[in-house]
Design a protein around this ligand. Structure first.
Ligand SMILES: Nc1nc2c(c(=O)[nH]1)N[C@H]1C(S)=C(S)[C@@H](COP(=O)(O)OP(=O)(O)OC[C@H]3O[C@@H](n4cnc5c(=O)[nH]c(N)nc54)[C@H](O)[C@@H]3O)O[C@H]1N2
Ligand SMILES: Nc1nc2c(c(=O)[nH]1)N[C@H]1C(S)=C(S)[C@@H](COP(=O)(O)OP(=O)(O)OC[C@H]3O[C@@H](n4cnc5c(=O)[nH]c(N)nc54)[C@H](O)[C@@H]3O)O[C@H]1N2
Ligand code: SF4
Ligand SMILES: [Mo]
Length: 731
């Protein structure tokens, strides 16, 4: 008998960092409606078009549910047992014949939303036992993490702008009107930004494009791509020279003050103005306004992270906040206090303990830059990568020079993808292991609570039970790890095998929910005692999973709190203002923008729009319908110079490839700069995403260059890529 009763379920949307609370009305297995949850303390009812599209993902008949094996041109369904057995044995065989590092793995962005992957990742990394580990982090925020590691002693100690209480937000290279905020998880981020101006505060936006966010800003300045470090140096120089620095209690908390003034007076303001395109008078004024605001915060994101001086930018942003006394205080740059404290459970990090084989780039946190992934597969020699695991990632569309990666994937001995779509990347796999969808497993935001502008916690059970014969990411990785571990241990003496079996039995006790419960109990709001605390008659005051479950809309844990020096992970419990490698990197900046620096040609930057989610939600019709969204934004002056008119076709050429683009003229982009979105290019053959394939667009990463990186952090340069433009006529 079909269920007739309509029920409502509350959970958090996992598509972007915003963590919106959603309410899902459903009857039986059928979703009737999705809307914002007005009682969610974090998002207060806000939701964007992608939130509604979660139902398209859930209902998508092309979302894979059964493992697939590629046989010739065909994909054949196979049983889980057979699939997992084959994956475990093939991966280990490749390592047995070519060495441990002949295996590479890549983790994509959605892992950050996925409790099951996050909690099994450490074990899986160990089971893989290779140095060739990669993730979307080096296409995104590695510079933030490297700077936190150097200055605060922990690579996960993310700095979060306290937008709810600031009166001056200086924002560089972020477009929250499209992205809904990044490294600043905030439900209804635009409402919160409007709150700043409504309180009489000011938002200054620095971006080579007058973006959708400019509508919410009090002032927008164009900046020449890749020159933010100069602009930030300019601000710091003005503050130091005019003696506007007032670090207050941070004076005691930080070391390295003496090196700052000489460090920062290296390039004349006039030259900075020329290179950045921001007038010296504006740089001076913004510096003075920033230093004299009662609560100011400087925040920079993707646009300044994925460029040549990503790490330097984040260091200078931190210095600006520190010099003006705006670190670790209300309305400034703060640190969150999440209910499960990842900082305590993960290592501090480490840098340059080994290097990539071909280009010799340093590891960070036992990861290598994704910009070297393809060459590690393509360049022959000892340690060449011959097998690959992709987890929740689509690097063919998301990493620089995606076409090169495609070639690299084609010649691998073995590839497995843990992913529920047969797409640009997974089509190269030999086996695809598809996990359940986001409504079919439990949800708690381990990562985004760390990025949150207000401390909150929320848990949701699976909305729908696992359909028979399906497995979650957690199930897949736990099983795969066991199979790999057992194979490795099989050759060991009996006592070791028995010890392993015992550990495996005990390990089965640690379900996802139990691990989460333990994390909550041991976190800053828990009762501190973990399992033993259950025996304690006074236990129960603190947060636990059972408590959290009583609050389906989530719990408000209060605004961000000052947390230094207690939160610091540096050995001497001081903030390091002048880490050696960052100081050295200033030389690279000065060389790059010295007196000799010529005028660059056209530079390509990226963009996001509200209805995209990197590369992978384009199989939802509601998200792809409507106007074409891959046009090349071009300033009318540049169009004139190239003899182009609106809607013309043109050839856009980089060092790595070319694309035929339709140009869209707009004065909202800086002259000399052009913009394309990423995440498109669904024209590749052999996929099973028909709606996306019917709206293919073009991939910006067919043009980006794997050799363009921030040399310090290894992060890919995805903004500020040199290109040329030519008129295009079809013969
Ligand atoms: N040119 C340019 N390139 C960019 C960027 C840019 O701005 N410009 N942005 C960069 C940034 S910030 C990022 S984060 C990266 C993103 O890069 P990636 O993470 O490599 O790509 P996504 O498009 O997020 O692809 C996610 C994949 O995960 C799968 N997936 C989704 N949910 C789950 C799940 O729960 N479990 C599993 N197992 N799989 C799942 C999807 O089907 C999809 O195949 O792209 C980067 N690339
Ligand atoms: N709708 C939507 N939301 C998303 C995503 C998505 O794909 N779609 N992806 C999610 C992910 S993975 C992330 S990491 C976040 C990213 O979140 P944001 O960082 O807010 O997103 P972007 O839109 O990439 O904003 C980068 C801005 O930097 C500007 N820029 C480019 N080059 C430069 C430069 O040299 N200097 C300066 N100052 N600015 C520059 C660009 O014009 C752009 O406006 O968004 C998340 N949210
Ligand atoms: S803003 Fe982000 S979290 Fe909120 S509904 Fe949209 S995609 Fe989901
Ligand atoms: Mo990202």
């Amino acid at each position: 008998m079909a269920a007739t009763e309509v029920k409502t379920h509350f959970r958090t949307c996992t598509l972007c960092e915003s963590m919106c609370g959603i309410r899902v009305d459903y009857r039986g297995e059928q979703i009737i409606a999705i809307g914002g949850d007005p009682d969610d303390p974090h998002s207060r009812g806000h939701i964007c078009p992608k939130g509604y599209a979660l139902q398209d993902l859930h209902n998508d008949p092309e979302r894979l549910r059964t493992p697939l094996k590629r046989v010739g041109e065909q994909w054949l369904p196979i049983a889980w047992d057979d699939a997992l057995e084959e994956v475990a044995s093939r991966l280990l065989e490749v390592q047995a014949s070519h060495g441990k590092d002949a295996l590479a793995a890549y983790w994509g962005n959605p892992i950050a939303h996925n409790l099951g992957i996050l909690l099994s990742m450490g074990r899986f990394r160990q089971a893989l036992g290779t140095r060739n580990l990669f993730s979307a982090s080096t296409l995104d925020q590695m510079p933030h993490q490297l700077v936190s590691y150097f200055m605060y002693g922990h690579s996960q100690m993310f700095t979060i702008p306290d937008i709810d209480r600031t009166s001056y937000l200086l924002m560089l290279g972020a477009n929250p009107a499209a992205s809904n905020g990044s490294l600043m998880s905030a439900g209804d981020v635009l409402g919160r930004l409007q709150g700043i101006t409504a309180r009489g505060g000011k938002i200054v936006l620095i971006d080579p494009r007058r973006t959708e966010t400019a509508l919410y800003a009090s002032e927008h300045q164009f900046i020449q791509p890749g020159t933010d470090a100069l602009f930030l140096l300019g601000l710091l120089q003005v503050i130091i020279q005019r003696r506007l620095s007032k670090p207050g209690r941070l004076l005691e908390l930080a070391k390295g003050w003496e090196s700052l003034s000489t460090l920062l007076e290296r390039l004349p303001l006039a030259r900075i103005a020329k290179q950045t395109g921001i007038a010296a008078a504006d740089i001076e004024r913004i510096a003075i306004e920033f230093a004299s605001a009662d609560r100011a915060v400087c925040y920079g994101r993707m646009g300044i992270s994925t460029q040549e001086f990503g790490a330097l930018n984040h260091w200078l942003i931190n210095l600006l906040n520190i010099l003006t006394g705006n670190l670790d205080r209300a309305g400034g740059m703060m640190f969150s206090t999440p209910a499960v404290d990842l900082l305590k459970t993960s290592g501090r990090g480490g840098f340059d303990r080994y290097r990539s084989r071909v280009r010799g780039l340093p590891e960070f946190n036992r990861e290598l830059p994704t910009a070297v992934l393809a060459e590690e597969m393509l360049v022959p020699g000892q340690g060449q990568v011959r097998a690959f695991v992709s987890v929740a990632g689509n690097p063919v569309l998301s990493s620089p020079n995606g076409r090169q990666l495609e070639q690299a994937l084609e010649q691998l001995e073995f590839m497995v993808s843990v992913d529920f779509y047969l797409n640009e990347t997974t089509r190269h796999a030999h086996i695809i292991l598809p996990p359940t969808g986001p409504f079919e497993h439990e949800q708690y935001d381990l990562v985004f609570n760390l990025f949150s502008v207000h401390n909150v916690a929320k848990y949701a059970d699976a909305l729908f039970p696992h359909p028979p014969g399906t497995r979650s990411d957690w199930d897949i990785f736990t099983d795969l790890c066991q199979r790999m571990e057992r194979r490795k241990i099989a050759r060991k003496p009996l006592p070791q095998r028995l010890k392993y079996e015992l550990k495996a039995r005990l390990g089965a006790f640690f379900t996802l929910q139990r691990i989460l419960d333990q994390g909550l109990r041991q976190g800053p709001y828990g009762n501190g005692g973990g399992w033993l605390a259950r025996l304690n008659p006074f236990a129960g005051k603190g947060l636990s999973l059972a408590k959290l479950k009583q609050h389906p809309h989530g719990i408000d844990l209060g605004p961000l709190k000052p947390s230094l020096p207690g939160r610091l992970f540096t050995r001497d419990k001081k903030i390091d203002l002048a880490p050696g490698l960052l100081v050295q990197d200033l030389d690279r900046l000065c060389q790059r923008f010295g007196a000799q620096a010529g005028k660059p040609g056209l530079l390509l930057i990226g963009r996001r729009d509200l209805r995209t989610n990197n590369s992978w939600m384009h199989n939802s019709y509601r998200l792809v319908k409507g106007k074409e969204r891959c046009a090349l934004f071009l300033h009318p002056d540049d169009a004139d110079a190239h003899g182009l008119s609106n809607r013309d076709q043109a050839r856009l050429i980089s060092a790595k490839g070319e694309l035929i683009v339709t140009v869209k003229l707009t004065a909202d982009i800086m002259p000399g700069v052009v913009s394309l979105p990423h995440g498109w290019g669904h024209h590749r053959p052999g996929m099973r995403i028909s709606t996306a394939q019917a709206h293919p667009g073009i991939s910006m990463n067919d043009l980006t260059d794997e050799h363009l990186i921030d040399e310090l952090s290894g992060n890919a340069v995805l903004n500020g890529v040199p290109v040329t433009l030519q008129r295009y006529r079809e013969n």
